[in-house]
Design a protein around this ligand. Structure first.
Ligand code: TRP
Length: 419
């Protein structure tokens, strides 16, 4: 039986994204994810779901202390930057047991071939092949199943939009595929099909070495960890070339200029002013570095106190996460109950109730059935039979079995409606 499960009337756009808990938030995370997500969460037409993807973290990290530390730092960072945990759903993935439960339901409708084609898995097997190893050497099944877990994160809450980096777009497409497959197999609109929201207007920040700032390049500048001191130190140590820029034009195109651009409203004007203020004989990369520190502090300095308070009060963060999980689970539990029903993981009590209790009880309706057959002229024909196998309708002269079946169905409906 197809029935509409998702809240069709829900007017708000659901935005959902997960943050893997393996590292310390850096400026790239702030500019690329934290800042735009918090801004979007303030839109009254949106309903935001932000969660700490700690099940995903286990796939690439087997250091328990690091996962816990990262969970604390990420939660403190998002909260310090102004996320309102009462206006959004802010939770830890592993506090929602419905997520792994849904993961299994989805696993059973996911084509193995689909997972073979996932970029992350393919890259790992390609590397093994290139090294002359067994393609699956050293690859855990978690990496292989990663897209299904992610699909469960998204589909459980019927998210409409999923802000992610380009490297994650394939995973959103897979979530759509998997959701669609489930809808098709179980004959209902159980899942909303999500869309990736790629933040193209969001700057990718250059890291310490000028390449994209990323944990995997080990070239990040921490957002809050280590305080202002660590920020100053990191920026002063940024790699520059041997030129000596003396104007905003000279500096344009450099990593430092880009970095300032992510925090300044009008980078060119600001950099020009910075050169203007500095002693011309000393102007150079140092001028830009000082200005970078200034503009970053101007943006995030105001959050530092709150961050320090939160990070030293893990208990409070835990409370916030628990409250978030409680609210998210209220939605999740309803959803999973409907999905369990859909696939047949059902309470047997409901089954007993549908069986007539005693023999005296009248059967609800005469049960009808039809048969299609070929008559002596080889034309297709049907008979509609009642519960006692009496023929109630019969017709012949159909060109093919499908037409005969369709006509039989109509005839049966007509008999039912008349009785
Ligand atoms: N895989 C994502 C990343 O590494 C994190 C993530 C997990 C996620 N589940 C998600 C993102 C669901 C969006 C939606 O960036």
């Amino acid at each position: 039986m197809a029935f509409e499960i998702h809240e069709k009337t829900m007017a708000k756009t659901r935005i959902l994204t997960g943050i893997t808990t393996t590292g310390t938030p850096h400026l790239g995370n702030y500019v690329g994810a934290i800042r735009p997500a918090i801004a979007a969460s303030r839109n009254p037409d949106a309903e935001s779901f932000f969660f700490l993807a700690d099940y995903h973290a286990l796939i690439k990290c087997d250091d328990p202390a690091r996962i816990q530390q990262s969970t604390l730092e990420i939660a403190a960072s998002w909260l310090a930057c102004g996320l309102d945990p009462e206006k959004v759903y802010f939770y830890r993935q592993s506090d929602i047991p419905e997520i792994p439960e849904l993961t299994w339901l989805l696993t059973c409708v996911t084509a193995k071939g689909l997972l073979n084609r996932a970029h992350a898995y393919k890259a790992a097997t390609d590397a093994n092949r290139a090294a002359g190893e067994d393609p699956d050497a050293g690859i855990n099944a978690g990496l292989y199943m990663y897209p299904v877990l992610m699909a469960a994160d998204i589909l459980l809450f019927n998210a409409n939009k999923v802000p992610v980096g380009r490297d994650q777009v394939q995973h959103i497409e897979m979530a759509r595929d998997i959701g669609q497959r489930f809808n098709h197999i179980y004959g209902g609109e159980y899942f909303t099909l999500p869309e990736a929201a790629i933040e193209d207007n969001v700057a990718t920040l250059p890291g310490l070495d000028g390449r994209k700032m990323s944990k995997s390049y080990n070239n990040t500048i921490p957002l809050f960890a280590g305080g202002e001191k660590a920020l100053n130190k990191a920026i002063m140590e940024m790699v520059t070339d041997s030129s000596r820029p003396g104007s905003a034009e000279d500096a344009q195109g450099s990593a430092l200029y880009q970095l300032i651009g992510a925090f300044a409203d009008n980078v060119h004007e600001e950099v020009a002013t910075a050169f203007h203020r500095s002693n011309p004989s000393q102007a150079g990369w140092g001028t830009l570095k000082k200005h970078a520190i200034e503009s970053i502090n101007h943006s995030i300095g105001k959050y530092r106190d709150e961050y320090e308070q939160l990070i030293s009060n893990a208990e409070k963060i835990e409370e916030i996460l628990q409250a978030g999980a409680k609210r998210a689970r209220e939605l999740a539990q309803k959803r999973i109950a409907q999905l369990r029903e859909a696939v047949g993981l059902r309470n047997l009590r409901g089954f007993v109730k549908k069986i007539p209790k005693s023999a005296e009880q009248q059967p609800d309706e005469p049960s009808l059935q039809f048969v299609v057959f070929r008559d002596e002229d080889k034309a297709f024909a049907f008979k509609v039979l009642d519960a006692k196998k009496n023929v109630v309708v019969t017709k012949s002269g159909f060109a093919d079995p499908k037409t005969a079946r369709d006509a039989a169905q109509l005839a049966m409906n007509a008999v039912t409606a008349a009785s």
